[in-house]
Write a protein that binds this ligand. Sequence first.
Ligand SMILES: [Fe+2]
Length: 257
Amino acid sequence: MANFTVNGCWLEEPVIKFASSGDVKGTVSQLKEELGQIVVDLDRSTTYHLKKSQLLKPVGIVRKVLDDIAAHPSTLFATVQSFYTHQTSMLISSLEAALLSALLTETIGEKSKESLQIVAMGGLLHEIGIAQLTFDPFADVKVFNGEQRVEFMQHPISGYNILRNLPGISPEALLIVLQHHEWTNGHGFPYMLKNIYPLAKIVSIVAEFVYRTHTHLAHPGFKADDAISMVCSDTGKFSPELSLTLKKLILGAEKGT
Ligand SMILES: [Fe+2]
């Protein structure tokens, strides 16, 4: 397929084989398979309290989001390409962010299917701008130099700019992508906003948690209980209520208090 290029180390990945041959059905069904495996892994994990039954609705929401994206093949393939641009794949962490963002949103009492789909889409796509970086922030460097920091801080804007030119992405999901590194203390980036879109606050905290549970050059990939403790200690960045709710979800009501 024209213009479909990914990092060479991913050419044997099943989803890349489908996407590079322009197979929409195969690509989306492989993405759903990966999502299903995430649920199995979370259910089996001894450090997560999450059970399959809790994830049923969020899984349905993420599957619907994948179908919505697949209705626009250019958006589907651009998304897959972005996940695999660097040596670090962003597919699993993005699917986890979508799933846990929908779960957290549902848990705080949001009943609207539309809001759940928006937050899941934002969670899935929030790191798209990483693909535009001239370096892999997860594998190439342990600590950013000044130039890399400046470049990294632009990735919410580049993600927004890529996605706003693709069909099928709601304005609210775009806003999540743009604001997923804004912090409640007004010291986030790129705009140091204090008035943050509520669903962006959800993706922001979930994305931080997911980031800490994955292995990168900068850290080994923490166990869920350590990762959630770190997120909860970032008091200025995230809403304390959301931190506590996520902690209870991840660790269970007893350990999570
Ligand atoms: Fe990010």
